[in-house]
Design a protein around this ligand. Structure first.
Ligand code: FAD
Length: 499
């Protein structure tokens, strides 16, 4: 059943958000702030069920979301125990003991015909260039544990945050903007038998919450989009083997570094996310290759600092909802899709879903709008998925069955093309609307061990002296700027100390 012709319907007024995790409260914050005058926004959440309790690393686009909503950075960081994230240090991903860094910055300066990597490759060939890392300020600042805000966003960054504090922060913000919160467990989702549209949520405590439009933020339960509307899920576990995790917070034993650590192991990887008040730790693994107890023990034996609670298990399935918008319901967050936690894409995808929804928000439903939304979300998700698969596929690791199978797996044609293009020409296939910029693709492809076979002819235009001057100019500027930056935690403590 498709959405009926616009003229036949009453305007949407009552929006009901099911679920109060990061997805639910981000949606409530955005809708109440921007469309609160014309919509009634109600969020239903269950204290008994709680939230998934992970999801603490972000990417720079969160800043855009906050800017759109008028959320101040200092208050946000102070209230979420936030720290700065300049990128991710990938440890033992290419091979055991070989690390590289994926930063949020730009490396070098591009020419309009060719990216910086071509000039760097020629410089390397002629013995004139340093390491690729020397030309990226964010990377050097991360490795030296330094940070400050610089004019014109010269240093690009994201945040680490405490997910439960972030949900609380957004709850206050949403309620201040008129959103209503209803506590209770959803026992039944009511539909109109004639149209199949959702009409209300029946809670266990007898309350009924009716609406015109519903946002499913119930996490992996997907109560509305799947259990009620029957929209299927496309499974990606043949590309992304990991399906379980254990998470455990630990006490802080040293100042937080301004980056996430991602440490590859025998059958998955571990994360370290340093906040102001504690460190988030976790192991992500494939149950096909390692037992739960073994994964838990591996995590506990490698963390620094005292655990603040028992490690808690999380199960997940990588993949995407066949349609994120069906009838009068949009799914956001884990009920819509999940790639795997590696590049911190979920909060970003929640934000993209919200922004697309706000940009289309209909007076009445129209099927072309719905189709357009579904196409855009599927496209963005596919690019991000390919980027994550890249880390597992392109590796020199052959030390365990997990890594041998990752190397041998078939990959999507879209990713195969990107890898082939970079390997043969040093150029990156990049879609302007996609999440990860060319710089990200280059750093990860080179970091995982792809060396282009040739560089662009433009790089031959410079003689050795000119090329050396060009390269040294960039690395010199990076070094000079780096020396002006204070230690990351000194800066955070004076800028946004947690209360
Ligand atoms: P949840 O947090 O699960 O919230 C679901 C909500 O629905 C809860 O409020 C719950 O009470 C409610 N609910 C469910 N059923 C009912 C019911 N019957 N009645 C009433 N309420 C109900 N993302 C990132 O961006 N960065 C990361 O670093 C990151 N790390 C991750 C690590 C792991 C191991 C995993 C699995 C995920 C990670 N993610 C990360 C994804 C992250 O979990 C999500 O971004 C985020 O938590 C959004 O979750 P959610 O709001 O969709 O679901």
């Amino acid at each position: 059943m498709h959405a009926t012709a616009a003229s036949a319907q009453a305007p949407i007024r009552r929006v009901v958000i099911a679920g109060g995790g990061t997805a639910g409260w981000m949606a409530a914050a955005a809708l109440s702030r921007t469309l609160g005058k014309v919509l009634d926004v109600t969020l239903v959440e269950s204290d008994e069920i709680g939230t998934i309790g992970v999801g603490e690393a972000t990417i720079p686009t969160l800043m855009t979301f906050h800017r759109l909503l008028g959320i101040g950075e200092q208050a946000f960081m102070a209230q979420t125990q936030g720290t700065i994230k300049l990128g991710i240090n990938f440890e033992s991903w290419r091979d055991v003991g070989r690390d590289y860094f994926h930063s949020f910055g730009l490396t070098g300066t591009d020419h309009w015909t060719a990216g910086f990597q071509h000039f760097w490759m020629r410089g390397r060939e002629r013995g004139l260039a340093g390491a690729y890392d020397d030309y990226c300020l964010e990377l050097k600042a991360a490795m030296h544990g330094r940070f400050a805000h610089l004019p014109k966003r010269k240093l690009n960054y994201a945040y680490h945050l405490d997910a439960s504090l972030y949900a609380r922060f957004l709850r206050r913000f949403s309620e201040d903007n008129g959103a209503r919160r209803v506590e209770g467990t959803i026992e039944d989702v009511l539909t109109d038998p004639a149209t199949g549209f959702i009409t209300g949520l029946q809670l266990g405590n007898g309350t009924r919450v009716d609406g015109d439009f519903f946002i499913d933020c119930t996490g992996f339960r997907a109560l509305l989009i799947e259990k009620t509307l029957g929209v299927g899920f496309e499974d990606w576990s043949h590309w992304l083997f990991n399906d379980r995790a254990f998470a455990v917070p630990t006490a802080t034993v040293r100042d937080a570094v301004p980056y996430t650590r991602s440490i590859a192991g025998d059958a998955g990887w571990q994360w370290r996310i340093p906040l102001q008040h504690r460190v988030g730790n976790g192991i992500v693994y494939s149950s096909r290759y390692i037992e739960d107890d073994q994964a838990r023990d591996t995590l506990l034996s490698s963390i620094e600092g005292a655990p603040l609670r028992e490690p808690f298990p999380v199960r997940f399935r990588p993949g995407q909802r066949e349609r994120c918008w069906e009838r009068n319901c949009v799914a956001l967050g884990l009920s819509a899709s999940f790639i795997e936690p590696l590049e911190s894409t979920t909060i970003h995808l929640i934000q993209r879903g919200i922004i697309h929804l706000m940009q289309t928000f209909p007076r009445t439903l129209s099927q072309p709008d719905i189709d357009q939304y579904n196409m855009r979300m599927a496209d963005e998700l596919q690019h991000a998925r390919d980027f994550v698969i890249l880390h597992f596929k392109v590796t020199d690791r052959q030390d365990t069955p997990y890594w041998r199978d990752c190397r041998a797996m078939a990959i999507p044609d879209s990713l195969r093309h990107r890898i082939d293009l970079f390997r043969e020409t040093g150029r990156v296939f990049h879609v302007p609307t996609e999440l990860f910029a060319e710089n990200s693709w280059i750093q990860v492809m080179m970091g995982q061990g792809i060396h282009p076979l040739q560089y662009h002819r433009s790089a031959d235009l410079m003689g050795d002296t000119e090329l050396k001057g060009f390269l040294d100019g960039i690395s010199g500027d990076v070094e000079r700027t780096l020396r002006q930056l204070p230690p990351h935690m000194d800066y955070v403590r004076s800028y946004a100390p947690a209360a």
